[in-house]
Design a protein around this ligand. Structure first.
Ligand SMILES: [Zn+2]
Ligand SMILES: [Zn+2]
Length: 364
């Protein structure tokens, strides 16, 4: 165990509370931390850990306008922060699943050319549009940009937006690692390890946003770096009772993140419903994770269009969740129904039904 400074989630807008925790580290290298469940590395070739300490200041995210020593400090803090939250998320998943997910590689400072990058993504080795220019480990990697642009903190300080400082981005990408190795919505386990697909569906994006909300303790998961997007705009991706299947677009050209907000919001409502009934909300989290695992086992032994299509459906995962904890299922199904999600229907069928009854939904 080593003392380490990180951002602790505080359930409100901003990066979190700067504080110290104990990090379970196996090895500290010059710009890499090896943990039992993950390896976190800064790829920009600057030595970050030279004095044996993992306690750093956030240095307002560092960035190109900061003094080099401060930028280095910010990179070191980001790496430690990413390591802590990766460990926390993977241990949460392992606790509820009863087994570990594959060791995860997290690489920071990726894809700096042709322009700086303030985002993150989860990548498997593959081909096509979403293929990564770098060689990727077959069990999956999280890539974080080195940062781009500035955001404001609550007290209006200018902060360089380095994704490793933004816990929501880290958690979201780990959510994809969870989905890949449980529900496996794109049946990647049936593809050759070096020819997997990185195309994500709405249920994958929404589940990753829900995991983010659970671990951050707030439904306004991107409230910090999307503070310029109004809360009533779906692109804010705040989990909210207002997002129902009536807002689901579907189709090839639709952003799966936006459609995913419907699923994430419905899950958040169900989780609140469970807590409101006096049940520990971690029972909902367990129901979701065990449902994801069950959905990965059911059917789909062949990589067919039909098998892939079924795996996109919210109601397919919901059925697996309901089976995972039958005593909790009525509460969960009732909350889901308020978002227009019912068992035994396709996403487009649910969307049509919700739009047909939209007048009632808007009044509710
Ligand atoms: Zn990448
Ligand atoms: Zn995503």
């Amino acid at each position: 165990m080593m003392r380490a400074a990180v951002y602790l989630p505080e359930g409100r807008r901003g990066p979190g509370q700067h504080g110290e925790i104990d990090l379970d580290v196996l090895e500290v290298r010059s710009a890499e931390l090896v943990l039992p469940e993950a390896t976190i590395r800064d790829e920009r070739g600057v030595e970050l850990f030279d004095n044996g300490s993992l306690v750093f200041d956030h240095a307002w995210g560092g960035g190109p306008l900061a003094e080099p020593a401060l930028d280095r400090q910010a990179r070191a803090f980001g790496l430690v922060n990413a390591a802590y939250h990766t460990q926390r998320a993977l241990r949460f998943c392992a606790l509820l699943l009863g087994h570990s997910l594959p060791h995860l590689i997290v690489r920071i400072g990726m894809h700096e050319q042709p322009r700086h990058w303030g985002g993150g993504h989860y990548r498997l080795p593959g081909q096509g549009q979403q293929a990564d220019p770098d060689a990727v480990t077959p069990t999956g990697e999280v890539h974080l940009g080195g940062g781009a642009g500035f955001v404001r903190t609550r007290d209006a300080q200018r902060y360089f937006h380095a994704p490793a400082h933004n816990t929501a981005i880290i958690y979201h990408e780990i959510g994809h690692h969870l989905c890949r190795h449980t529900a496996d919505f794109r049946l990647n386990r049936l593809r050759p390890p070096l020819q997997q697909t990185n195309k994500k569906t709405a249920v994958d994006e929404g589940t990753s946003d829900l995991i983010t909300a659970v671990l951050l303790g707030t439904p306004d998961i991107y409230g910090w770096h999307r503070q310029h997007v109004p809360e009533g705009d779906q692109r804010r991706r705040k989990l909210d009772p207002r997002w129902t299947m009536a807002h689901f677009q579907g189709g090839r050209d639709q952003d799966p993140h936006t459609d995913g907000t419907v699923w994430a919001s419905a899950c958040w409502s169900a989780r609140r419903r469970v807590a409101g009934a006096g049940v520990d909300p971690i029972r909902f989290d367990a129901l979701l994770l065990r449902g994801l695992e069950q959905a990965g086992r059911d059917g789909g032994q062949r990589l067919t269009y039909e098998a892939l299509r079924e795996r996109r459906h919210f109601s397919r995962l919901l059925a697996a969740m309901a089976q995972a904890d039958p005593s909790l299922a009525p509460l969960v199904l009732a909350a889901m129904a308020e978002h227009g999600i019912h068992l035994g229907a396709s996403n487009s069928g649910l969307g049509q039904a919700a739009r047909a009854g939209q007048g009632r939904l808007v009044d509710a």
